[in-house]
Design a binder for this molecule. Structure first.
Ligand SMILES: [Fe+2]
Length: 343
């Protein structure tokens, strides 16, 4: 259901205030062919009304001829910033970049953040943004979880469906996604609400069962019959099951890249306002599925790169998979029990 410009401008102002935007700071709104016009228009008004110096940088899309999905997170190749020194200079010279394009998993993003520029990604449809405006409580909850991850040496995940996964930790630090950027050089994604890290390279092992009702992204589908992943030495070495498993195997084969099968980020959802059921209400073209990634108590794991966490693995393949009903343990402490976050 649509929202009014007034509602979205107020939502932007809330997020920009949490992000400590001050009058006189420079904001660059990064856009491309898929940018939602209402999100853009309201971002321009909100930033100007708060006294910022506002630019818009519109870049032509890339990768459309290579990707099999229209989802902006499905194919992680070069970005419109690759080799684009003028655009990178403009973003580095900004205090805040509002990424309405999707720059995630690119070396250019790291380069810009290192200069102290903050980047806030916002590509979900306007009504999802307005429903999931972040709060300070979100930040507190997510930071408490990342602190636990940062101190842990191992994550173990189990489920009644048969998941039994072991992920040694410590090589890569934790990442907190709470939906706003309140520190220089911080990246975040509105909406979100989860804590994650990456397993030590080539060490994750065990079995992951993607059960009925669990979600595949970017497929944006609820699985109808279990898919069993065998995980050895940090990679999914077998993908078994019925039609859903065959569809996943076929999609992943299109990338022709063994690195796409690596276990990527692992963590759990901490956003009580995000819902497991939302994805079923949306056209696949209309959302990237942040409700599915963030709903409270899901175990979210991913296949693909680890460069976003500080590793060296890059691959164009990236699949996010939230599982319900899991128990997640950090060393001896249970942080999620049967799909519910332990307070
Ligand atoms: Fe992911």
């Amino acid at each position: 259901m649509p929202i009014s410009d007034h509602q979205l401008i107020e939502a932007w102002k809330e997020v920009l205030t949490l992000s400590r935007l001050e009058a006189g700071q420079t904001v660059t709104v990064l856009t491309s062919a898929a940018t939602h016009p209402q999100t853009l228009a309201c971002a321009l008004i909100a930033t100007q009304s708060m006294g910022a110096i506002v630019n818009r940088l519109d870049l032509p899309p890339v990768n459309g001829d290579k990707a099999f999905s229209r989802d902006s997170l499905a194919y992680l190749g070069t970005t419109p910033l690759t080799g684009n020194r003028a655009a990178i200079a403009a973003l580095k010279a900004s205090d805040l970049v509002l990424d309405l394009m999707t720059l995630l998993f690119s070396p250019e993003q790291h380069d810009i953040l290192k200069s102290g520029t903050k980047i806030l990604l916002a590509v979900e449809p306007p009504e999802v943004l307005a429903r999931l405006v972040p709060t300070l409580e979100d930040r507190t909850r997510v930071l408490a979880a990342t602190k636990k991850i940062g101190a842990a040496r191992e994550m173990r995940v189990s489920s009644p469906a048969g998941t039994a996964l072991v992920c040694p930790l410590g090589e890569f630090g934790p990442t907190a996604e709470y939906g706003f950027v309140d520190e220089p050089g911080r990246w975040d994604h509105w909406p979100s609400g989860f804590a994650l890290t990456f397993p030590d390279d080539r060490t994750a092992h065990g079995t992951i069962v993607i059960d009925r009702g669990d979600i595949l992204l970017p497929q944006k589908r609820y699985v109808n019959e279990p898919i069993v992943l065998t995980v050895e030495g940090g990679y999914a070495t077998k993908i078994e099951g019925g039609v859903d498993a065959a569809l996943l195997r076929d999609y992943m084969e299109t990338f022709r890249d063994p690195e796409g099968y690596a276990i990527s980020h692992i963590g759990w959802g901490l956003q009580p306002r995000a819902r497991w059921s939302t994805l079923g209400l949306y056209d696949r073209e209309a959302t990237i599925g942040m409700d599915a990634r963030a709903f409270e108590g899901n175990f979210l794991f991913s296949l693909g790169p680890n460069n976003e966490g500080g590793g060296s693995r890059t691959t164009t393949c990236h699949i996010d998979i939230p599982l319900r009903g899991c128990t997640v343990k950090l060393d001896d402490e249970t942080v999620v029990r049967d799909g519910r976050v332990v307070a």
